[in-house]
Design a protein around this ligand. Structure first.
Ligand SMILES: Nc1ncnc2c1ncn2[C@@H]1O[C@H](COP(=O)(O)OP(=O)(O)OP(=O)(O)O)[C@@H](O)[C@H]1O
Length: 938
């Protein structure tokens, strides 16, 4: 509540950007209304509050910018545009600046807000308010300089201008030659501070946050391909920003690095991303330009604009040229397309690549040691509500997309803020809708804490309506409440004991040192290079073999299923045909025999009656006899046909066995490839063991760096397969094979509701797997998977997989435990059940309850979501169940056993477990399957 009776906008849980923030209505509404009487509460923007910005000319940062290493609230600044000198001073305004943090918005009588709130005013708080008298310099110092400092230290930063059209966003961001805005000032100060530390290193930013080396042979003619500097030649009229010399702030620059500066300039228009540094085709004056896709960088998990040109700039002037080029293209395109530039978001990004310098004054030009930070300066499209302007066609689409991206931006802010509240109260956060617009998708990492964020909200209280500006204020109020949790910056390898294989160049201490870098003459380089090449070739071979193996396995699987299908359908057909033929043969034979008997009897009778006497029946009987002989002939023919068919059947069987042979060969190849991979891994591991990555002395590196170094070494090992690292794999890749079988089984079991052949064949392989140890089962989580299979309900289980899984589970559970001294920590639980028993040989293990067996294989704290439907979401679902729980038909079984009925026994309804019911069901199933198989065989 404020003293003047206004209400304070206090963003609260659950409120959306589209919704009005909760207005804490005060008891002073009447007072508020009173202030609206003529002559009172007039906004006088010249009546500037005491913002008392300290005069700035030198070293230290001017800051009320509280740097919290962990939680960093988004800074929301308000800039009020001055009234143009040509315009008369209005008698009143709805905006009142209360102090350097608060403004009040008093709804005019003709607005909805006035009617709804009965004239009550809203108060909004900002990190800082800049009134019409604030200079570009002041604004830059307060909003951007702290971000710039953090950026030079290796952190990402994002600053964007938000407001309706004509509110001064572009003026704030770019300014003009006489009064430079944030972008040129940033460039000016960046180069002022880094000019003696600019790097020539051939490492460049690619994708989202990857650094890549290029042109390592220093063939300068191919530089342009990577540095895109030819683009600088196109621009004739580079602007000369007039930035007075008192703007040369001395920032804290880490002298242990050299810095490479790269720029990109992009535009998002109609939810499509364009490169502003890509010139239009002047000849054709085409309105078509190629939009660039957003792609996913697996390493970081974030998206980037694929194909965006990174320009390497070596001076402030070159950077201004790039701005000019981008602005020109923006104007050209907007004219060609009859679009207004205020309908697109422009994104100017500076990437700073830092290459470390070692103790001998050599610059390490290796992506593994270089780090990168990004500073993005975004001029957003006008935030007015275009839907009110009766747009049609392209304009309507444009308006929809602008509204959408700004609305999504607001929704992301709102969700981030809600999540903060949820996390604080111990609840699960919900998903932030970053993916719903290109803008938010691109800056997801920064909002998620990988950098600092500042918003400059621009308003023009003279031209723009109350409703539009109140909407802008609400956005700012919510954004200001968002606290991004700063993530640990990516640390690269530290320099101690740096390998001699990396590219280094000696620095000269003179100012133009960068132009005279020398390659260090390293005596061990050639042999190390050789080793590196050897490792690389091994890795390549391994990758190649792995691909082949996967390929072979895929082919083998599809072939196997083809063969199975083919055999079953052909056998079925053949059986049917043979059965039909056999039956018809039988019928005919019976008929013929019957007829023959009849004819013979008849002829006999006739013969007995009178030898020579012609009987009237005789001719017909004789014709019958002939017919009968014909029938016999036919039967003989059928016999021949049957024989042919048998030959055909034999050839079919031969074909099947040839296919089976192929399959076996394929399997052998797969096995051989697999063992090749394992051998390669062992070779690489040995090699790595003999020449480990350099260890870093603690004096040289921070905790974070050493941790990162370790993690990098770890990730190196991961690439070779984590089985060797864990020391679990046998000489022929036993762990990997067993793990693979578990994965196969999981995939084939849980991808459908039925248990079919592929699950059966995998289970068979598991059953046949040799030398299975307790550790192997435990560490591959095979036990847990088997347990889950026993719990699942399937439509059909013709191969009795559930029962076999249960048997297998029991068999594994009875495997001898490792001696407690040899156990890994994860096995501690498994031994505790036995430690109380005087039965070191485990001869009485059969007496243990199933629960005990299960616990051995399935840790209480085992969070192996991967086992149960790999849906890529490890954090579980909204209702608190483990991910993939739905796959289990929503059975409310606790995955860890708990007090639930033993999962492998049936619950007969009274809450007790009835093992008899279960086993009789299984027996019944088994009987019926056997019967079916017998029928098929016969
Ligand atoms: N603080 C300021 N001081 C002096 N002039 C300003 C200020 N802010 C804006 N202007 C002037 O106001 C006009 C509109 O500003 P600008 O183009 O920056 O607005 P905008 O919000 O970027 O609009 P659009 O969304 O259309 O791009 C320009 O002529 C600019 O010079």
């Amino acid at each position: 509540m404020t003293s003047d009776g206004t209400s304070v906008v206090s963003p609260t849980k659950g409120q959306g950007i589209a919704k009005a923030p909760t207005i804490q209505k005060t008891a002073h509404h009447s007072a508020s209304r009173r202030t609206k009487s003529p002559g009172q509460r007039r906004i006088d923007l010249n009546d500037t509050p005491d913002t008392s910005i300290p005069p700035k000319s030198t070293t230290s940062l001017p800051v009320n910018y509280v740097t919290q290493p962990e939680k960093d609230p988004i800074k929301a600044y308000l800039r009020i545009r001055p009234l143009p000198s040509t315009q008369p001073q209005p008698s009143s305004s709805y905006l009142k600046v209360l102090d350097d943090q608060y403004v009040s918005l008093i709804p005019p009588e003709d607005t909805n807000a006035y009617r709804k709130r009965q004239g009550a005013s809203d108060q909004y708080q900002f990190t800082k308010i800049f009134t019409n008298s604030t200079s570009q310099k002041q604004l830059f110092e307060e909003t951007t300089l702290p971000l710039l400092q953090s950026f030079i230290h290796g952190n990402n930063a994002l600053i964007f201008a938000y407001g309706v059209t004509n509110s001064g966003k572009t003026f704030t961001m770019l300014g003009n030659e006489l009064d430079a805005g944030i972008v040129p000032r940033t460039i000016h100060i960046l180069f002022h501070n880094l000019q003696h530390r600019l790097s020539q290193a051939r490492v460049k930013p690619v994708m989202h946050s990857t650094i890549q080396s290029y042109d390592l042979n220093h063939a300068s003619e191919v530089d342009d391909e990577h540095e895109n500097r030819s683009l600088l030649l196109d621009v004739l009229d580079t602007p000369d920003y007039n930035i007075p010399s008192d703007n040369k702030y001395e920032l804290d620059v880490d002298a242990r690095f050299e810095y490479g500066i790269w720029i990109t300039f992009a535009e998002i228009y109609n939810e499509k991303v364009y490169d502003l540094l890509e010139s239009p085709n002047n000849k054709k004056r085409t309105t078509r330009r190629t939009s660039l896709p957003l792609k996913y960088e697996y390493r970081s998990g974030y998206k980037y604009v694929a194909g965006l040109k990174h320009i390497r700039v070596k001076s402030a002037k070159e950077a201004y040229t790039v701005i000019q080029k981008g602005q020109q293209n923006r104007v050209v395109f907007s004219t060609l397309m009859n679009q207004s530039s205020s309908r697109s978001h422009s994104i100017f990004t500076i990437s700073l690549v830092r290459c470390p310098i070692d103790q001998d004054d050599y610059v390490i030009e290796d992506p593994a040691y270089a780090t990168m930070s990004k500073l993005s300066i975004v001029d957003l499209a006008g935030s007015e509500r275009y839907r009110n302007t009766f747009n049609q066609g392209q304009r309507l689409k444009e308006a929809g997309n602008i509204n959408k991206s700004l609305m999504v931006l607001g929704q992301c802010m709102e969700t981030l803020r809600m999540n903060q509240i949820k996390i604080d109260s111990g609840k699960r956060p919900i998903m932030v809708p970053f993916r719903q617009s290109k803008l938010t998708e691109l800056f997801k990492n920064t909002f998620e804490g990988n950098g600092k964020v500042a918003i400059v909200v621009n308003i023009n209280p003279f031209d723009t309506g109350f409703d539009e500006n109140s909407h802008v204020m609400k956005f700012a109020a919510i954004a200001k409440e968002v606290t991004t949790v700063q993530q640990q910056q990516q640390q690269k390898l530290a320099l101690h004991d740096i390998s001699d294989t990396v590219y280094k160049r000696q620095r000269r201490t003179t100012t133009d040192s960068n132009n005279h870098l020398e390659l260090r003459n390293n005596k061990t380089t050639s042999s190390q290079h050789h080793d590196d090449t050897f490792v690389n070739s091994l890795l390549e071979q391994m990758e190649c073999l792995r691909d082949k193996w996967l390929d072979a396995e895929a082919r083998y699987r599809s072939m196997e299923s083809d063969i199975r299908q083919q055999i079953s359908s052909e056998t079925k057909l053949e059986l049917g045909r043979m059965e039909e033929m056999y039956m018809s043969l039988l019928r005919q034979q019976n008929k013929a025999i019957e007829m023959e008997t009849q004819i013979d009897t008849r002829l006999e009778t006739l013969g007995n009656v009178e030898e020579n006497e012609e009987s009237p029946d005789r001719p017909s009987l004789l014709s019958l006899k002939t017919r009968q002989q014909q029938l016999f002939l036919e039967i003989d023919k059928l016999h021949v046909l049957l024989k042919d068919d048998t030959v055909q059947k034999q050839s079919l069987l031969d074909k099947i066995s040839a296919l089976e042979n192929d399959k076996a060969q394929e399997q052998a190849t797969t096995k051989r490839l697999n063992s090749n991979i394992t051998q390669l891994k062992a070779v690489i591991n040995n090699y790595r063991k003999n020449s480990p990555l350099p260890k870093l002395p603690s004096s040289m590196i921070s905790d974070g760096e050493s941790q990162h170094a370790r993690s990098l070494q770890r990730s190196d090992s991961d690439m070779l397969g984590d089985n060797n690292i864990r020391g679990l794999d046998g000489p022929d890749g036993q762990y990997a094979n067993f793990l693979e079988l578990r994965k196969q089984l999981r995939r084939s079991v849980f991808k459908r509701e039925e248990l079919l052949e592929d699950a059966e064949s995998t289970l068979h392989e598991i059953e046949q797997f040799e030398n299975v140890t307790f550790d192997l089962v435990k560490n591959t989580k095979m036990g847990k998977l088997l347990k889950l299979i026993t719990q699942e309900e399937f439509k059909s289980d013709p191969y009795l997989i559930q029962h076999r899984a249960l048997e297998l589970f029991k068999r594994f559970a009875r495997l001898p435990r490792p001696h407690p001294d040899q156990q890994q920590p994860s096995l501690a639980n498994s031994t505790k059940h036995y430690s109380n028993l005087d039965d070191p040989d485990h001869t009485h293990q059969d007496d243990y309850t199933e629960n005990t067996l299960m616990d051995d294989f399935c840790d209480e704290d085992d969070d192996d979501d991967d086992d149960i439907g790999d849906n890529g979401n490890d954090s579980g679902n909204a209702n608190g169940k483990a991910p993939g729980f739905e796959l289990f038909g929503n059975q409310e079984h606790s995955l860890d056993g708990g007090n639930a009925c033993e999962p492998m026994l049936a619950d007969d309804g009274d809450g007790k477990c009835d093992s008899d019911t279960f086993s009789s069901d299984v027996q019944e199933d088994r009987r019926s399957t056997r019967k079916r198989r017998r029928t098929l065989r016969s």
